[in-house]
Design a protein around this ligand. Structure first.
Ligand SMILES: N[C@@H](CCC(=O)N[C@@H](CS)C(=O)NCC(=O)O)C(=O)O
Length: 223
C-alpha cells in the first residue's frame, strides 16, 4: 500500500492530485505542521520531515517533483507521463524540473521572506524582486501554453498538475496573476480533471486552492 505523508493544502496537494488522477490505491498520514515527530513513519519516509513524502514497500521518496515523476512511471496506464524516449518525455522532465527548481522556489521570496532575512526592509525588497521573477515565469508559461494544450504531449500529465498548484497559489494574492489567458485556460482545464477535483475536495480546497476552513489540516484543528 502506498502511504502519502501530507499536510492538506500544502505542496503535498500536487502529489495527492497525481495519485488521484492515477487511480492509485493509497492511504494518507496527516502531518501536523508544528508536531511533525508525531506522524508515525514520517521521519523514516523523509528525514527532512517536509511534505510531501511517500512510502511504497521499500521505496521512500520525497520532493514534490520527484514524487510526481515517480507516480507518472508507477502508473503507466494512467497516461500521466509520456513514453520514454519521446520529445514529449523530454518536455515532461523539463517542466517538472522547472517547477521544482524555478516556479516552486520562486514563491519563497513572496510567501516566506523569513527564509531570507530578519530585516523587514530587506524582506520588502526581496519580495519585490520575487514578484518580478514570478512575472517572468508566468510569461514563460504563457508563451508555451499559447500553442500547447498540455505541457508535455497530448495528454494531461504530472507536469500540468504541478504547474496547476503553483499557478493556483497566486490566488492567495489579490495583485498577483501568473501569465495571461493561456495560463488561465490551462488552470481551468487541469482544475476540471476528475482526479484534481477529488484531490481539492479531499484537501478542503476551493477552485482557487483557498482553504474552506483555514484552521483545519486533514480535517483536524491546527492546535
Ligand atoms: N522542495 C520541497 C519543498 C516542500 C516544502 O517546503 N514543504 C513544506 C510544506 S508546503 C514543508 O513541509 N515545510 C516544512 C519545513 O520546511 O520544515 C518539495 O518540493 O517537496
Amino acid at each position: 500500500m502506498i502511504t502519502l505523508f501530507q499536510i492538506t493544502g500544502s505542496s503535498s496537494f500536487a502529489a495527492r492530485a497525481a495519485l488521484e488522477c492515477a487511480g492509485a490505491d493509497y492511504e494518507v498520514v496527516d502531518v501536523h505542521p508544528r508536531r511533525r515527530d508525531e506522524a508515525p513513519g514520517f521521519a523514516d519516509a523523509n528525514p527532512l520531515q517536509r511534505v510531501p513524502a511517500l512510502r511504497d514497500g521499500d521505496v521512500r521518496i520525497s520532493e514534490t517533483g520527484a514524487i510526481l515523476l515517480w507516480v507518472g512511471d508507477r502508473f503507466p496506464d494512467a497516461g500521466l507521463a509520456p513514453a520514454v524516449g519521446t520529445t514529449a518525455r523530454a518536455d515532461h522532465y523539463r517542466w517538472v524540473t522547472w517547477c521544482a527548481n524555478t516556479l516552486h522556489v520562486g514563491w519563497w521570496p513572496i510567501m516566506a521572506g523569513f527564509y531570507f532575512s530578519d530585516d523587514e526592509a530587506a524582506r520588502a525588497s526581496i519580495e519585490a524582486r520575487g514578484r518580478d521573477n514570478m512575472a517572468r515565469h508566468g510569461a514563460h508559461l504563457e508563451s508555451w501554453l499559447s500553442s500547447h494544450e498540455w505541457l508535455a504531449g497530448d495528454l494531461p500529465g504530472v507536469s500540468d498538475i504541478y504547474v496547476y498548484m503553483l499557478v493556483g497559489w497566486a490566488n492567495y494574492y489579490d495583485d498577483i496573476t501568473l501569465g495571461g489567458d493561456a495560463v488561465a485556460d490551462h488552470y481551468a482545464r487541469v482544475g476540471a480533471l476528475p482526479g484534481v477535483v477529488r484531490a481539492r475536495e479531499l484537501d478542503d480546497l476551493d477552485e482557487r486552492l483557498i482553504r474552506f476552513n483555514p484552521g483545519l489540516r486533514g480535517g483536524k484543528p491546527l492546535d
